[in-house]
Structure formats: structure tokens, C-alpha cells
Design a protein around this ligand. Structure first.
Ligand code: ADP
Ligand code: PMV
Length: 317
């Protein structure tokens, strides 16, 4: 059994279509060179530990209490497409009770605990390695600012899904043949996931995102799982093959905000003013499609400056 692993996943920037992607419009996102790292191991003390120093959380539970007091009280069901469903109202209440989180007013950072417990129970009970839930120690550290729109929650969810699937034998990376590292051991080697495993990780990471976000489009977890740049619409992912290397200045205002609250704010506007919001979302899609073409031209031609001025038109709208 795998006992000691490190996994990382990148943050993202949504270049076009932030928010409109939630309403099925085309969006473009690119991964960033800022990553979330998780170290996970089978623990020797028989406990489950969740250590999240970035959000000042460290919790420990015994496997026995998780198996006896939480797992049997959760409604773990699949939707009509066979995908794992987010917690029902009842399950959410029980998760919060178990984690001793205020059931009425929980902070966004506490959703990381709920997400962990739900994914741990759901994935853990399907373990191919052992009967019963595994005792594990999980520590996560991120280079991404939390709540700054760079996909910290998605990178968190991707790392979480990947380590849980790997520790329970449901997904296994293999050493990349051309990058073996030290020939006597796997140390220094580059590990790669198969596409099937990546899609499995993405599926579970989406569940984590649903817990933290409410109603995510799925773009963040998809680009964080697959890397590179993607075009995304209604859960359909296409790699943007002709993506030029461009410079983007990202500024952290140091004013954190909750994506869940912002998405709910836009939904409220959409519900109240559909005749205004409809054309706005359509226009955003037009800009996304136009920009994909500009990226293609920039990729093909060595003189990128002309492309930058065309991109400026998209961004200045
Ligand atoms: N490094 C981390 N450690 C623990 N939880 C994290 C971390 N990064 C993100 N999260 C979870 O994601 C939430 C932030 O998500 P969100 O509001 O969508 O911001 P972002 O735009 O950064 O994704 C945090 O409150 C926490 O629940
Ligand atoms: C606002 C939205 O388009 C992107 C959210 O990104 P972030 O979690 O704020 O980094 C929501 C979504 O696509 O699910």
C-alpha cells in the first residue's frame, strides 16, 4: 500500500468568462505557476489528522469515531449520471455537528473541513486497499492566496481528491519513462497520472468545489487538474492548443472575498434582471470566442505585439 505521498496542483486565472461560465457560456482559463501542495501518509497512531496551516486549522479524529459516528449517518448517493452527489441538507448538518462547526454561521475556511470529511468518508469507504476507513495524516500548504480569485479552493480540492484516491488504491500515478531520476529509486522521478485517473480526480475535485462554492461551473477544478489552458463550456473541456506564452500582471489587493457569496450575488442579479443579464453574459461569451481566435493568431505569428493590441480590445470592453 502507498504510505507516504506528495501531490501538487496549480491555481488558475480565468482570462475570459468569469461568472458567465456558471451560466453555460464559453470561458478560457489558464493554470498558474503557483501551486497547492499536500503531503499525505498512512498514520501509525490510527487517527485521521487534517492540518491546514494556511487557514489556521488542525483537527484530529479517531478512525473509530469516523466509522461509528459519521459514516453511517451520511447519505452518500450518486446522481442520475453516476456522479457522486454533494451532501444533502441532513448530511451537511451532521458533518458540521461532527466537526463541531456552528451549523448556522460557518466561516468559508471551515468548508475545507467539511469538504475533507465528506470526500474522506465517500472515497475511503470505496477503498480497494483495505476494509474500513484508512488512518491518514494530511497536511496542505499553498502558494496561492486564499480567496483572491486564483482558484485556491480548486487546487485544494484537486490535491485532496488525488491523495485520497491514491491512498485508497483507486488511482495510481506511474513514473514518467523519460524522467526516471535516480535509477536506483523513484526519488527525483516525475510521476504522471493517466488521463482516466485525471478525469477521476477531476470528478471528485468537482464535488469538493461544490461543497466550498455552492454551484461551481467546474472550470477551476478542470484547469487545475489538467494544467495548460482550456476552453470550457457546460463541463466540456477543450485544450486551447494554440495558446501563446503571454505576460499577465496579477495584483493581489489583499482584500479576500468568498466566491460562494459572489456567485450568489450574480445569481440574484440574474434572477431579478434576466433581460439585462442575458445580453451581458452573451457579450462575455462573444469576447471569449474572439480572444481564442486572437490567441491562435498570436501563436502562429512571431510578432505578438499586434495580438496584444487586439487582446486589449477584448479586455477593455
Ligand atoms: N491552502 C488552503 N488550506 C485550506 N483550505 C483552503 C486552502 N485554499 C483554499 N481553501 C478553502 O477554499 C476556500 C476559499 O475558496 P474561494 O472563496 O473559492 O477562494 P479562491 O478564489 O481562492 O478559490 C477557503 O475558505 C478554504 O475553505
Ligand atoms: C466566479 C467563477 O466563475 C470562478 C471562481 O473562481 P475562484 O474560486 O474565485 O478562484 C465561478 C465558477 O466558475 O464556478
Amino acid at each position: 500500500m502507498t504510505t507516504d505521498i506528495v501531490v501538487s496542483a496549480p491555481g488558475k486565472v480565468i482570462l475570459h468568462g468569469e461568472h458567465s461560465v456558471v451560466y453555460g457560456k464559453v470561458a478560457v482559463a489558464s493554470s498558474l505557476n503557483l501551486r497547492c501542495f499536500v503531503h499525505a501518509a498512512i498514520s501509525k497512531d490510527g487517527d485521521v489528522t487534517l492540518d491546514l496551516p494556511d487557514v489556521n486549522i488542525c483537527r484530529k479524529w479517531s478512525v473509530a469515531s469516523l466509522e461509528n459516528n459519521l459514516l453511517p449517518r451520511l447519505e452518500l448517493c450518486h446522481d442520475s449520471h453516476g456522479h457522486p452527489s454533494p451532501p444533502t441538507e441532513k448530511s451537511l448538518h451532521r458533518l458540521k455537528q461532527f466537526a463541531e462547526i456552528d451549523t448556522e454561521e460557518s466561516e468559508s475556511r471551515h468548508l475545507a473541513i467539511i469538504s475533507f470529511l465528506y470526500l474522506y468518508c465517500y472515497i475511503g469507504q470505496r477503498s480497494k486497499e483495505q476494509s474500513g476507513l484508512p488512518p491518514i495524516h494530511v497536511r496542505m500548504i499553498s502558494q496561492l492566496p486564499v480567496g483572491a480569485g486564483l482558484g485556491s479552493s480548486a487546487a485544494f480540492s484537486v490535491c485532496l481528491a488525488a491523495v485520497l484516491l491514491q491512498l485508497t488504491g483507486q488511482a495510481t500515478p506511474s513514473v514518467h519513462p523519460e524522467e526516471q531520476g535516480d535509477s536506483n529509486s523513484a526519488k527525483g522521478a516525475v510521476w504522471k497520472w493517466s488521463l482516466d485517473d485525471l478525469l477521476l480526480i477531476n470528478k471528485w475535485a468537482f464535488l469538493g468545489e461544490k461543497i466550498i462554492h455552492g454551484h461551481p461551473s467546474g472550470i477551476d477544478n478542470s484547469v487545475s487538474t489538467l494544467g495548460g489552458a482550456i476552453r470550457f463550456q457546460n463541463k466540456q473541456i477543450t485544450t486551447v492548443e494554440k495558446m501563446p506564452s503571454i505576460k499577465i500582471l496579477l495584483t493581489n489587493t489583499n482584500v479576500p472575498r468568498s466566491t460562494k457569496t459572489l456567485v450568489a450575488y450574480v445569481k440574484n442579479k440574474h434572477d431579478k434582471f434576466p433581460e439585462v443579464m442575458g445580453p451581458v453574459l452573451q457579450a462575455m461569451e462573444g469576447l471569449a470566442e474572439r480572444s481564442i481566435k486572437v490567441y491562435g493568431h498570436m501563436f502562429d505569428r512571431p510578432d505578438k505585439w499586434q495580438g496584444y493590441s487586439q487582446l486589449e480590445v477584448s479586455f477593455s470592453f
